[in-house]
Design a protein around this ligand. Structure first.
Ligand code: GDP
Ligand code: MG
Length: 219
């Protein structure tokens, strides 16, 4: 049987105040780039990347980038329900963004029920060491109280970016493997792997005839 290019697809959402660096984190993670003056996100943006969770086992990450501004919040809410993971981001040089974490966390919790959501807390922009307003201990404390992992990152120098996404992906992967989180009809949070090679062996004409539908390993 052909190996799937990915075993699971997880949908993650990035949340936190605007300008904390959510889009920059995603750009660094998916594209390896950093832009000093990036345009603010309008509504919701979408990124994707494969990640190896253990040797030979890949997960496809669908990453939803949200705008932090209040006027976009109603859009954001509709994306929580279909996510299995949330990256909660604040800016270590912006105390307000840290103080707002509690409300972001509550909002996510409220809109994901009855599904399980795996959170990771990310204290971002640590390259700006002299401007720091939130200590590492405070970040750690919030994460401990809310039962989530914690990492400090910089999109500018790429520090811990890979590790942060790996960490949350790995935690979700373990819960899926243990059967704590399951794929569900009508829920986009976790999907089972596609079989691209069996698909590519079907003649193109036949693919067009069946509307280009892909073969799926979904149980
Ligand atoms: P978002 O609104 O949360 O998506 O934030 P953006 O990704 O648009 O970033 C807001 C601003 O912070 C931009 O000017 C980025 O260049 C800057 N920024 C993002 N990440 C970092 C970082 O790790 N270090 C520094 N020094 N600046 C960053
Ligand atoms: Mg943005």
């Amino acid at each position: 049987m052909a190996e799937p290019i990915w075993l699971y697809q997880f949908r993650l959402i990035l949340i936190g105040d605007s300008t904390v660096g959510k889009s920059s984190l995603l750009r660094r993670f998916t594209d390896g780039k950093f832009i000093e003056y990036s345009d603010p996100t309008v509504g919701v943006d979408f990124f994707a990347r494969l990640m190896e969770v253990e040797p030979g086992k890949r997960v496809k990450l669908q990453l939803w980038d949200t705008a932090g501004q209040e006027r976009f919040r109603s859009i954001t809410r509709s994306y929580y329900r279909n996510s299995v993971g949330a990256v909660l981001v604040y800016d270590v040089t912006n105390r307000k963004s840290f103080e707002h974490l509690e409300s972001w966390w509550h909002e996510a919790k409220q809109h994901t029920m009855p599904h399980n959501m795996v959170f990771i807390l990310v204290g971002h922009k640590i390259d700006l060491a002299s401007e720091r307003e939130v200590s590492q201990e405070e970040g750690q404390q919030f994460a401990r109280t809310h039962d989530m992992s914690y990492l400090e990152t910089s999109a500018k120098n790429a520090e811990n970016v890979e590790k942060a996404f790996w960490q949350v992906t790995r935690e979700i992967y373990e819960l899926v493997e243990m059967g704590v989180i399951n794929t569900e009809e009508g829920w986009e949070g976790v999907k089972s792997g596609m079989m691209p090679r069996s698909y590519s062996t079907i003649p193109l004409s036949a693919q067009q005839d069946n509307g280009g539908e892909k073969k799926c390993m979904c149980s």
